[in-house]
Write a protein that binds this ligand. Structure first.
Ligand code: ATP
Length: 298
């Protein structure tokens, strides 16, 4: 699953074919590509404060990607996240898990139904406010060509050094960072020190914790980590989920078992909902997926 963060990528998906079909010049396409396909509302509404986590609601959402009108990605989709709750989205490839996150972040608008964040329709909120309220930990954590301090500060550019270090501690990244040749000043990225997959994930969790948003969207990595690294990432995620609402595309058993609720998606619809043990007992799609993914005897 890839969360699109580039408006250019989203736009070319939405308008690219259309413009090409209309014979638009490359120049025009470039110009248009600088705008986002979803528009800011003319008179945006303010989001109410969300202490202890955001509330999220998808009501009867139907969505297909603009380039694929005949293939529904979400069908009559209803989902409520209560403040502070952790919900795990699971399901086979193509079930619609990352589509849920993309709609919530408003990279696309649903064709029908409504999505609200803290009671306000996401189309009525400015994109900056909406995305400012959300922390994202993507599947592949990007490490920039900059030192470790700046890599984490990216989560909240105005944060002080002390705040960066506090976030790194909370994300279980402080120990490995201070052990680097120049500690937090060590240059990372392509031409700097290369980090392990688990270390990169903890940097990205530290960024999200520094931002301290009421809503956290996690797209868990599928790649296997060694046991020690896995344990550290898990501890970091647990810390990050505290006192906020979390929606996680979950691939790891530990994450799923800790979720308050598991929502099983299949072909854009909710197939099952419950806790891990409830769903295993039920013997349905989740039990099958869990058996394949976690070698659980069901
Ligand atoms: P995975 O676990 O493989 O990442 P997923 O459950 O996250 O899958 P989605 O990525 O949400 O599934 O995809 C839902 C459906 O929408 C699939 O049929 C997919 O092919 C389609 N789809 C996803 N992204 C796009 C896109 N940018 N353009 C067109 N169709 C898309």
């Amino acid at each position: 699953v890839i969360i699109l963060v580039s408006s250019v990528a989203v736009l070319s998906e939405v308008y690219g074919d259309l413009l090409r079909a209309a014979g638009a010049t490359e120049r025009l396409m470039e110009l248009l590509a600088t705008r986002s396909p979803v528009a800011d509302p003319v008179q945006p509404l303010a989001l109410p404060s969300a202490h202890g986590g955001s509330a999220v609601r998808f009501s009867a959402v139907n969505f297909h990607y603009p380039s694929r009108p005949s293939q529904p990605a979400l069908v009559d989709f209803d989902l409520t996240l209560h403040p502070g709750e952790t919900v795990a989205l699971v399901g086979p490839s193509g079930a619609g898990k990352s589509t849920v996150l993309q709609l919530l972040l408003r990279f696309y608008d649903a064709q029908s139904g409504a999505i609200t964040l803290d009671g306000v329709d996401v189309t009525q909120v400015s994109l900056d406010d909406l995305r400012g309220r959300v922390g994202i930990v993507p599947q592949d954590s990007t490490i920039f060509s900059a030192n470790a301090m700046e890599n984490i500060r990216y989560g909240r550019p105005e944060a002080s050094d002390a705040e960066v270090v506090a976030a790194a501690k909370a994300a279980h990244a402080h120990d490995f960072l201070t052990a680097l040749p120049e500690g937090y000043q060590t240059f990372l990225g392509e031409r700097g020190v290369r980090l392990s997959g688990g270390q990169r994930q903890r940097i990205s969790i530290a960024r999200a914790m520094l931002k301290n948003p009421p809503l956290l969207l996690l797209d868990e990595a599928t790649s296997a980590l060694d046991a020690e690294s896995e344990r550290m990432v898990q501890a970091a995620l647990e810390a990050a989920m505290k006192n906020r609402t979390t929606l996680v595309i979950a691939h790891r058993l530990a994450t799923i078992q800790q979720a308050d609720r598991i929502v099983v998606l299949d072909h854009g619809r909710i197939a099952e909902e419950g806790t891990h043990s409830e769903l295993v007992q039920r013997g349905g799609l989740y039990a099958k997926l869990a058996a394949m993914q976690f070698n659980l005897a069901t």
